[in-house]
Design a protein around this ligand. Structure first.
Ligand SMILES: Nc1ncnc2c1ncn2[C@@H]1O[C@H](COP(=O)(O)OP(=O)(O)OP(=O)(O)O)[C@@H](O)[C@H]1O
Length: 404
């Protein structure tokens, strides 16, 4: 048996944390247009004036949160130069806070010491708003309130309240600017017109990164995170190319660079190479598919299982009818009820959105009409791995026995 001692061996990193998600880089590359617009919208704050409310939107990992942290940190720093100016920022992530009530109580609590927190239940909504106005007025000055992942909110009362606080005379001392951030491009249209016009006084769109921009992001981060010359020349371009394929998401590209570095360290390799990146990508994809499949309900998982058995028999791409027949026979064999063919058709598109399967639209013109075909987006082996628990409860189909 090994000694299981923990010993420091070779590490390619000088600062591994610089690759983690909550690290704020000193400068942001490839976001000049976005930063300029954002800076302009915040500029009134340095004169002690209330800035416009700002709405940032764009896909995941395109730097919306990073740009916000970067500019607000700068604004707070620069504001210290002016004695008559008091600027503070409060950043709230709305993931898990789906009601206006919870956002308001959370805002109050982030501004208060823990000993003075209010309870998250037990008041009426208007009472919580009164406490919130009082808290904001006590703090005074300019307060920039950031609501990240704002699309998680199920009602927009808090957005109305905060974006119109001054016009509605809820505040006398404080001036607030509201900054909403969303990955959901349809969120703005789902708001009521009066909330939309006040929250989106300035709407700033963040475009996705192309491979060159991702290369610059990674190059800069590499210099902070890794020792000199430990990455072979192809590592950064390859991570950037994969990131660009993954809808231009800088987070995915940085995660991949981190995974490659970790693999090199685990294997005691002195250089991080293309092989580490390729292996890292496989592992990350595997984790992503496993997480996606774990989050499905039993019936959705059975649909993936049905498609996997068709793929094992070389019968993919398959039409929904074929998938339904297999799904139903798997359910019957396990003695479970099955849902309708219509339910299955509706859910195939959801599974495609989650990156579990591919949809291809086939158009055979007036003779054959239009239909859709499906196959697995990931390797069969990866999907079967993630279905382990399903085999336990539903049994192993003959077609996949050889893979297990
Ligand atoms: N231009 C950039 N320069 C350096 N790092 C960047 C840049 N853009 C994004 N990043 C990094 O990529 C990661 C994801 O960025 P960020 O969290 O800002 O994305 P986002 O647009 O807010 O997406 P999400 O809503 O999914 O969080 C972070 O680690 C961030 O530091």
């Amino acid at each position: 048996m090994g000694s299981f001692d923990f010993v420091r061996e070779y590490s390619p990193y000088t600062n591994r944390e610089a690759l983690l998600d909550d690290y704020t880089p000193d400068t942001l590359v490839g976001r000049d247009d976005e930063l300029e617009e954002y800076h302009g919208a915040l500029q009134p704050a340095i004169y002690g004036e209330q800035p416009d409310n700002i709405f940032l939107y764009g896909k995941a990992g395109v730097g919306k949160t990073a740009a916000t942290r970067f500019l607000l940190n700068k604004l707070v720093d620069n504001a210290e130069e002016y004695e008559d100016l008091d600027v503070r920022t409060e950043i709230i992530n709305c993931d898990g806070l789906n009601s206006s009530y919870r956002v308001a109580s959370n805002l109050v609590n982030t501004m208060r010491p823990p000993s003075n927190h209010i309870s998250e239940t037990g008041y009426s909504r208007s009472q919580v708003y009164d406490i919130m106005w009082e808290e904001l007025d006590n703090a005074g000055g300019i307060i920039l309130i950031v609501l990240d992942e704002i699309d998680h909110l199920k009602d927009d009362s808090i957005l109305y309240q905060l974006s119109r606080a001054r016009e509605n005379e809820n505040l006398t001392e404080a001036r607030i600017g509201l900054i909403g951030i969303s990955n959901d491009l349809t969120f703005r249209d789902s708001l009521s017109p009066k909330v939309r016009s006040s929250l989106c006084e300035r709407a700033i769109s963040f475009s996705t990164y192309d491979a060159n921009e991702l290369r610059a992001v990674l190059e800069q981060r590499k210099n902070v995170a890794f020792k000199d010359d430990v990455l072979t020349d192809d590592v950064v371009p390859l991570c950037a190319a994969f990131g660009a394929q993954e809808s231009g998401d800088a987070r995915k590209a940085l995660d991949l660079l981190l995974k490659a570095g970790d693999l090199a360290r685990e294997q005691n390799d002195e250089e991080v190479t293309e092989q580490h990146v390729r292996r890292g990508r496989q592992l990350l994809e595997r984790e992503q598919v496993a997480r996606g499949i774990a989050d499905l309900n039993d019936h959705e998982r059975l649909v993936v299982y049905a498609l996997a058995t068709l793929e094992a028999e070389d019968d993919t791409p398959a039409r929904s009818r074929e998938i339904y027949t297999r799904y139903k026979s798997l359910a019957d064999a396990a003695g479970k009820d099955s849902l309708t063919a219509r339910w299955l058709r509706e859910h195939l598109d959801d599974l495609a959105m989650l990156g579990i399967l591919n949809v291809t639209e086939i158009n055979e013109g007036s003779a054959g009409g239009k239909y859709r075909e499906y196959d697995l987006q990931q390797d069969l082996a990866v999907v079967l791995d993630a279905l382990e628990e399903t085999f336990e409860s539903m049994g192993v189909h003959a077609s996949v026995k050889g893979y297990l």
